[in-house]
Structures are given as C-alpha cells and as structure tokens.
Design a protein around this ligand. Sequence first.
Ligand code: NAD
Length: 423
Amino acid sequence: MSVDLRRQTEISMLDSARFFFDRAADILKLEEPLRELLRYPKRKLIVNFPIRMDNGKVQHFEGYRVQHHPVLGPTKGGIRYHPDVSLDEVEALSVLMAWKCSVMGLPFGGAKGGVKCNPKEMSLGERERLTRRYASEIAPIIGPDVDIPAPDVYTGEREMAWIVDTISMHHDGQFMPGLVTGKPLVLGGSLGRDTATGRGAYFVAVQLIKNMKMKLEGSTAAVQGFGNAGSVIANNLHDSGAKIIALSDSRGGITKSTGLDPHKVMEYKEKNGTVVGFPSSEKISNNDLLELNCDLLAPAALENQLTEKNASKIKAKAVIEVANGPTTMKADEMLYERGISVVPDILANAGGVTVSYFEWVQDRAFYFWSAEEVDLKLKQFMDSAFQRVWDMHVEKKVSLRTASYLVAIDRVAKAARARGIYA
Ligand code: NAD
C-alpha cells in the first residue's frame, strides 16, 4: 500500500516538474531545440555495487546520480538513502534543483543522487562502506568543478565527511573540501547551514508581506511540520512580532488563538518528543491546521498537503512552501484562482542550497566567514531572488510559481543560447 502511494507521488513529481517547465517554456516561447535540451537531464548514471555486510554476506545495492545541465556551472544536489528511491524520483528532483539554483542566481545546474537501501536497518559500519563505495562508483562524474553532492533524506554531515575522505584518497590524499557541501564545520562546513532553509523562507515571507502591503507585526501564521526548517521560520516570524497560531509534527498539531511561543514549544518538544500537549494549547489535526484562518500558512513537512480536496477551504492569504512539493498541480491552480499567493518551493526553501553555495565558495578560497556575514549574504540573495520573481509576476500577470519558473528557465536558456551548440 505505502509503495503504491509513493509510486503515485513519484509519477506526480516528475509529471509536475515537466508540467511547470512546459507552462513556462510556452510563455517564454522557448525554441524547440532548447526546450528538448532543458526538459530532460543531461546525464543519468545507474550504479550497481556490492557491500560486505556485518554478517559476512555480500549484498548488492543500486544507486543513481542524475545531472541536469551544467550550463551555468557545476551541477549541485543532495544524496538520499531510502528503500523507495528510484531513477524517476532522482530525475524529478534533479530538474527541480536546476530551477531552484537558477531562480536564486547561483552558478549551478541541478543534480540529485540516491541509493535504494534502508539505512535504519544498517549498522554504522555498513553505512560507511555503502557511502564510500557509492562515492567511488559516482567518482567519475562528481568533483568541485563538475557536480557537488550534499545531504538529503537520511544522509547528513557524517556521510559527507566519508565522501570527501574517499574521493580525496582517489586524488593522492589531497583534501578536497569543495567536493560536497553540508560537511562538519571542522572539515570546511559553513556556519548558518543548519538554519539556512528556515531563515531563507522567513526572508521570503517578509518580502511577500511587504509586497502584499501587509504588516508582519500582528500578522498570524500557522506552520505544519515543526522540524529543522519549520521551527526556524516559526521562531523568526514570532521574534518579528507575528502571532504563531498553530504548529504541528507527525503526531498532531496544537493551536492557540492568542499565539504560541515557538521557543517554548521547542523546549517542550525536546522533553516530550512532540508538540502535542503543550500547556494552554488546544489539539488540532494536521489537516485542520491547514484550513485555519491566518495570514501565512507554511507547510514545512511533506509533499501533497494542499490538494484539490482542501484547496477551496484554505483561508490563509499566502502560502510559503517550505517543504518540497506541498501543493499539487490542481490545488495550485485553485489557490491562484482564489487569489491566494503561493511562494513556490524552488524559491521559498532555496536558503539551504544558497548557503551550500556559500560553503563551496568558502572551501574553494579556504577562507571562512562569520555567521553574521553568512546571514547578511543569505538575506541579499533571498531578497533579490524574491524581487526578480515578484517583478515577473506583476509584469506577466502570472502566479508566483509560474513567475519563478520563468525567471529560472529564462536565465538558463539565455546562457545556453550565448554558448551556442557544439555539434
Ligand atoms: P525535519 O525532519 O527536520 O522536519 C520535518 C517535520 O515534519 C518534523 O517535525 C516531523 O514530525 C513533521 N512531520 C512528519 N510527518 C508529518 C505529517 N504527516 N504531518 C505534519 N508534520 C509531519 O525535516 P526538514 O529538514 O525540516 O524538512 C522539511 C521539509 O522541507 C521537507 O519537505 C524537506 O524536503 C524540505 N526542505 C528542507 C531543507 C533543509 O535544508 N532542511 C531544504 C529544502 C527543502
């Protein structure tokens, strides 16, 4: 059952990546050869490799690395470990990364990687051997000037450190920090990477509120998913005077019309493992949270949360897509028709890849920035990307999602045209 549901998500992820691309390509009147080039990734690598497990037996694993086009610079994207990882999913995510990097004005194309495995059932030693072998398998197509991996689902700084060590060993032991981002600080990671996605989404929310001629102070917000990204945007909005009227996690949600203090909710969650039961709050389901009357709604948990079933009941004035793909294609259309502004994932959650870019820049210079410097530059990148998208949205009278794709695809198309065809 869960496999079927996931397969539908995969199909819709690849479908929606192509749908949003086609819609923007039509508006841009993209010439056919460029449309063909940019609609699909440049390179899809499938690797099969053996790992010796702790019980002495050898098990085979399948992994992938997909790269969209390195028109503007090296490709960039995370590596995920999950039993349901597939080539289609990795392809869709590589395309989304391409538009995310482009809309932010980063000198990167998109990429994604993954290994079909269940890390929860593997020992630390097995995960290390898997990571080092997978890194060796994709070594011919990654590198600081070629393709730069990063963490994603069930991978983190430990895996990134193993990858840097493995590939550095392939280069006479020469330490190559610019090879991956999301590394531990001691190996050339960047300050501010851990909070970058939520912080970037907050900067986007501030700009949106300003452009919608609303005031942040006294506005109301609901955040679904009180994890890494969701807790940071909730804290930042609260600290700027917004009222957080609801928060949630996988166990359920809480609401309080006079406002919750997300810092206190985090202390409670750390002790109790969930936000549910926070003193003086009322319980609310994750679905009902989405339909609350508020100014800002930030889905920061899972894909496919705003669907054609609930889009007509959403009362928020604006949606900030902190999660990847929280709105289905149909719901997106319905929300636009209802005048609800939706800042799409490729812009709203791009703070993470932006600070990854800063990490890569610092690694290449072997010169590291203060947390304040990272934060200031992140704000500059988020503000200017938002403004480019807002201007396009006003000029072409299209949704913020379509405007984001127009900005992103137009930039890559211009670069590809300028380079011409080597044939
Ligand atoms: P996380 O694991 O730290 O947090 C996810 C939160 O969602 C947790 O609080 C979890 O309890 C909650 N959750 C899980 N299932 C839920 C459900 N059914 N209903 C409500 N809440 C549920 O993850 P994160 O890093 O904060 O990522 C959140 C989203 O943001 C994901 O879609 C991720 O792809 C996207 N994203 C994250 C980053 C990043 O740098 N962290 C970057 C880009 C995009």
